[in-house]
Ligand binder design. Structure first.
Ligand code: ADP
Ligand code: ASP
Ligand code: MG
Length: 420
């Protein structure tokens, strides 16, 4: 017997037939004697529609009301799956975030889970009842209001519930059968990665591979939770039920680095289209200038990612380029405009026509020349690099958005990731 969390994303619960299909996946685990908690997303497209309605009514909306609206999609799918399971003769009930409760902080729209007392949920699933939990939502205990976890947040709900009920595994069912070397929709030659380390998955997710929400990987890593990515589109009876000690022959297992025998220099390539670039030209080159620009940005809670600074030929001035999330660009420009009044004359240019491409691999720690190969490959394709950032296990470059696919495909090939 294993305790299993099964999470199903939007395309996996997109309509009544898909929900019935999910019930068959759950039935397979139930019939094998496993204890199951299911975590669900809203039907594909529902959350987008809800967000759109909120923005249509007022672009300056109250974030608590936004959460009241956008959390509703998950309530529909959770109730429907509980009914579908009952129709299959499986005892089941739905649980909304506040009923468990899943407690969050007060950052409505992008809340973090603070605590889940999983004891009650665990008692109920120990009796053989399947718990169907609404993903993406929790409750802010001070005000008792619904809070959502940021887009893609059901993955995080699933990992957090798995930790709270001490599950043996957290299976994320989606529309691909695992984590691939890059987005298989962009590169048809991408390969499934049977096992990937938490560190690499964390970088992949945070650098744009939205197959898992970053925070879900962080939680799994901190708590040593075994996370798998599987396809809900596989025939339910074709997958083996969860059996502890025998989890690794399907999908992708996200696990600790020591469990991975063969490491690649580059394991995966990610891209993020939601970046924007700001360039400040002819800034006076003197101590404290960077602090006077990035201080106010940080105060305004704007995350700056890549930074490049060049001294201009006259030696007295400097040009500075940095990136922020595209959605934050208007606010960032507003902050810079205020700094200008204080720091004197400089020119500002911005563009959200950029994309960040990253190569990721723990093998980079012990190999030289990995970044140079990336730069050479892009140069051979005539692609200009606008900014660079690196860490121990990744190299990211910012390029013009028009070249995104060309760059990902070329890098995928050059690092030997293409399927044979
Ligand atoms: P869900 O609705 O199930 O949460 P998502 O759309 O959030 O699904 O995530 C699955 C999608 O992630 C896939 O359809 C795929 O296009 C995309 N994706 C991006 N990068 C990768 C990758 N490296 N491996 C697999 N899928 C990826
Ligand atoms: N339904 C939410 C979203 O679309 C949460 C999720 O799917 O994970 O972002
Ligand atoms: Mg998702």
């Amino acid at each position: 017997m294993a305790v299993v969390v099964m999470k199903f994303g939007g395309t996996s619960v997109a309509n009544v037939d898909r929900i019935k299909n999910v019930a068959r996946h759950v039935k397979r685990e139930f019939a094998a004697g496993n204890k199951v908690a299911v975590v669900l997303s809203a039907m594909a497209g529902t959350t987008n529609q809800l967000v759109e309605w909120v923005r249509e009514i007022s672009p300056l909306y109250d974030a608590r009301e936004y959460d009241a609206v956008v959390a509703s999609g998950e309530q529909v799918t959770a109730g429907l799956l509980a009914i579908a399971l009952q129709a299959e003769g499986i005892p089941a009930r739905s649980w909304q975030g506040w009923q468990i409760p899943i407690e969050t902080d007060a950052a409505h729209g992008a809340a973090r889970i603070a605590e889940i007392d999983g004891s009650h949920l665990r008692e109920r699933i120990d009796t053989g009842e399947v718990a169907v939990v609404t993903g993406f939502q929790g409750i802010e205990p001070e005000t008792g209001r619904i809070a959502t976890l940021g887009r893609g947040g059901s993955d995080t709900s699933a990992a957090a519930v798995a930790v709270a009920i001490k599950a043996d595994v957290c299976d994320i069912y989606t529309d691909v059968d695992g984590v691939y070397t890059t987005d298989p929709r962009i590169v048809p030659l991408a390969r499934r990665i049977p096992k990937i380390s938490y560190e690499e998955m964390l970088e992949m997710a945070s650098l744009g591979s939205k197959v898992l929400q970053t925070r879900s990987v962080e939680l799994a890593m901190v708590y040593g939770l075994r996370l798998r990515v599987l396809s809900s589109f596989a025939e339910p009876d074709s997958l083996p039920p969860v059996e502890i000690g025998n989890l690794e022959n399907i999908g992708t297992t996200v696990c600790s680095e020591d469990e991975i025998v063969e490491t690649q220099v580059v394991s995966g390539i990610a891209y993020a289209k939601d970046e924007a670039k700001v360039t400040i030209l002819k800034l006076e080159d003197k101590p404290g200038v960077a602090a006077r620009i990035f201080g106010p940005l940080s105060k305004a809670a704007i995350n700056v990612d890549m930074i490049v600074q060049n001294v201009t030929p006259d030696g007295a001035h400097t040009d500075m380029t940095f990136t922020v999330q595209a959605a934050e660009l208007p606010r960032a420009l507003e902050v810079i405009d205020k700094v200008k009044q204080d720091l004197g004359n400089f020119e500002v240019k911005s563009s959200d026509d950029v994309v960040k491409i990253s190569i990721i691999g723990i093998g980079m720690r012990s190999h030289a020349g990995v970044a140079a190969k990336m730069f050479q490959t892009l140069s051979d394709k005539g692609i200009n690099i606008l900014a660079i950032s690196t860490s121990e296990i990744k190299v990211s470059v910012l390029i013009n958005a028009d070249y995104a696919e060309l760059a990902v495909r070329a890098l995928h090939e050059v690092y030997g990731l293409d399927a044979k």
